[in-house]
Design a binder for this molecule. Structure first.
Ligand SMILES: C[S@@+](CC[C@H](N)C(=O)[O-])C[C@H]1O[C@@H](n2cnc3c(N)ncnc32)[C@H](O)[C@@H]1O
Length: 202
């Protein structure tokens, strides 16, 4: 049985196993193998680099998931239409760039996004391009707090304020505390950010 850490478990929990899934930047493909174990069968595991795909191939063999398709692709460039697009473990700016190259967005497409950095830039990008965050889930792995976003396309373009850009819809106290620390540092050069610091109550 494949065991995922809390971060990847949170990502997996937002994926619909009966849909066409693509894990962009799959690296070791642990997440696709886990989803396969959970019953998903239409899975693409893609990466821009050959080496991760070799590691992915080894795991696909090891865990016996023959139907996972490996695709070498820069972002979504070589990816056919999928329903659930996972982009995890990358910076928020790169995730935004990858989404901007998506050619198959419909009202049923879901993006499961887990930025390692610059989540505020990703949230601003999403709303300015007509996406909406349905929910966010906090996760804690390797001593760090993360958020995982479930996102859909509505077509309604909106500007968001700094408070929403930094915290989004994540109510996890560990994530709020991490963002507060980030804001205290940023406030040295942008003092207005002090006013959006949130209370750290569980
Ligand atoms: C830190 S790993 C994250 C692996 C896994 N998604 C996770 O969250 O544990 C980032 C992976 O993204 C891949 N990557 C970076 N830029 C990419 C791009 N433009 N398109 C596809 N994959 C990319 C890297 O090669 C690497 O394997």
């Amino acid at each position: 049985m494949i065991r995922l850490d809390e971060r990847l478990s949170a990502v997996a929990s937002l994926v619909r196993p009966d849909k066409r899934i693509c894990d962009v930047g799959t690296d070791h493909a642990l997440l696709p193998c886990y989803l396969y174990e959970q019953g998903a069968r239409q899975i693409i595991a893609s990466d821009v680099n050959e080496n991760p795909l070799e590691a992915a191939k080894a795991n696909i063999l090891k865990f016996g998931c023959p139907e996972i398709k490996l695709v070498l692709s820069d972002g979504l460039k070589n990816i056919p239409e999928c329903d659930d697009v996972i982009i995890a473990g990358m910076g928020g700016e790169l995730i935004a760039q990858i989404i901007s190259g998506c050619t198959f967005v419909s009202s049923d497409t879901r993006f499961i996004l887990q930025p390692m950095t610059k989540a505020e830039i990703l949230r601003k990008y999403l709303y300015s391009e007509g996406f909406e965050i349905i929910l966010e889930k906090g996760a804690y792995s390797g001593g760090k707090a993360y958020t995982v976003m479930l996102v859909k396309y509505t077509g309604e373009k909106r500007e968001i304020d700094n408070k929403f850009a930094y915290f989004g819809k994540c109510t996890d106290i560990r994530y709020i505390s991490k963002v507060n620390s980030q804001l205290r540092k940023l406030a040295n050069s942008q003092p207005e950010l002090l006013s959006i610091i949130r209370e750290e109550k569980p």
